[in-house]
Design a protein around this ligand. Sequence first.
Ligand SMILES: Cc1cc2nc3c(=O)[nH]c(=O)nc-3n(C[C@H](O)[C@H](O)[C@H](O)COP(=O)(O)OP(=O)(O)OC[C@H]3O[C@@H](n4cnc5c(N)ncnc54)[C@H](O)[C@@H]3O)c2cc1C
Length: 456
Amino acid sequence: MRHVVVGAGPAGLAAIETLRALDPAAEIALVCDEPAYARMVLPYFIEGKIEERAVFTADETWLDGQGVEVHGGRRVEAIEPDARTVALDDGTPLAYDRLLLATGSRVRVPAIPGADGEGVVPMWTLEHARGWRGRGHDETAIVGAGFIAFTILDGVAARSRKLTFLEIEPQILPRMLDAPASALVAAHLADLGIDVRVSARVAEIGTQGARSVLRLEDGDDLICDSVILATGIRPNVDFLQGSGIEVDDAIVVDERMRTTVPDVFAAGDVAQGPDLLGGARGVRAIQPVAVDHGRVAAANMAGEDVRYEGALVMNILAAQGLEASSFGHWERDDDVTVVSNPANRIYRKYVWEGGRLVGGILVGPTVAVTGLNDVGMLKGLIQTGVDLGSWRGWLEENPLELRRPFVASGAATRLLESTLLAGRASTGGGFRWPAAPARRPRRDPHATLVGGSPRA
Ligand SMILES: Cc1cc2nc3c(=O)[nH]c(=O)nc-3n(C[C@H](O)[C@H](O)[C@H](O)COP(=O)(O)OP(=O)(O)OC[C@H]3O[C@@H](n4cnc5c(N)ncnc54)[C@H](O)[C@@H]3O)c2cc1C
């Protein structure tokens, strides 16, 4: 069996690892136009917390050890399903028996005159991060105040004396937080001296010497040293034209990560796949989903029959001393418990369906959110769909106390038992190069809490 994987991001690499584990004799070829690295650690590189080498997730030695035929620095330009080949940009045809498309997404440059000009840097690739670090940014403007803008906020703020957010919507983080939570985060940033402008539409980006001039539709001009575009992404699907593979918002896949063309699979940001809570198929452009997709696709490519339960809508951020996260149907307002203390930057919303939590928002300082493991517990309760029964009333009265309902509901046990590919843990820990940081031995501390009888 010959597998061809396109893309060396988290989805592609998780797939290669799984394919090799399940099918030691298979031929595996990888086509990638970038080296293997994790975009989600770019914020730490921008901030200078990690060296550039720490963003890479696999090197030639590891790929060689996995027996992977690497076509590095090459792009797939077309697929011919009838001939079972892909065409590379140098004209080479590559044959496949099973093909995985893990081509991720790219920046969507808005139709603003000057948006592709000098001094304007999108922030999606290692190349972009290098580019921004290499230029002056005493005063920086970030166009777009969504999830990606917030992932880079600490890094940009650490290197810029003055920072301005320009968001076209009436609130920041519009696809992650409801209006009250968003207002709380905006107030926090304003207190720190960050200029947050909402309903701000950029009409044009020009230059003034080495500086950029953002002309806003309301007539205001904002002059700064660098402009970062964080205005959204779109899937890399252009090369699929004529292939017969169905593309909606991205490549449509079923619960086995199969596309509409036989023996062609898709995974990660480029795949529009099942939703855990039974909603419409969607694109969930985050790394854990990419890894899960990659592993499920690979297992099915290797001949197993593995069904993906679906991705949970999940946004988790930490920026400027504040943590914000949202899950599932966080946007609903019909049956909710809300607690809010803007003075202390605390906001919580639980979205209910009967006794089950189906969505939620947590905002607060680290000590009040992650410090209590509440992010993980809220996610676990929504992910497992456990019925809290009478604990619903208790949580409504004690909304800052997730721990007791979490333990009482047995959600931890269900999480321990849930697995994508039974009995096969991922081995790489995300690093696939020889000098990777040492891993601590695997332990199962939660089992001590929820299984068997307590030991002294
Ligand atoms: C700054 C930043 C911060 C982020 N922070 C987080 C976070 O905190 N948490 C989180 O979960 N996620 C985060 N993400 C998102 C996360 O990085 C993506 O969801 C993840 O990278 C998707 O993985 P993927 O393998 O699907 O695609 P990608 O990582 O995009 O990899 C796809 C690869 O395929 C290559 N490719 C595309 N087309 C072709 C072709 N035709 N031929 C050959 N190769 C091709 C691409 O160049 C790329 O190298 C962040 C992203 C960025 C940019």
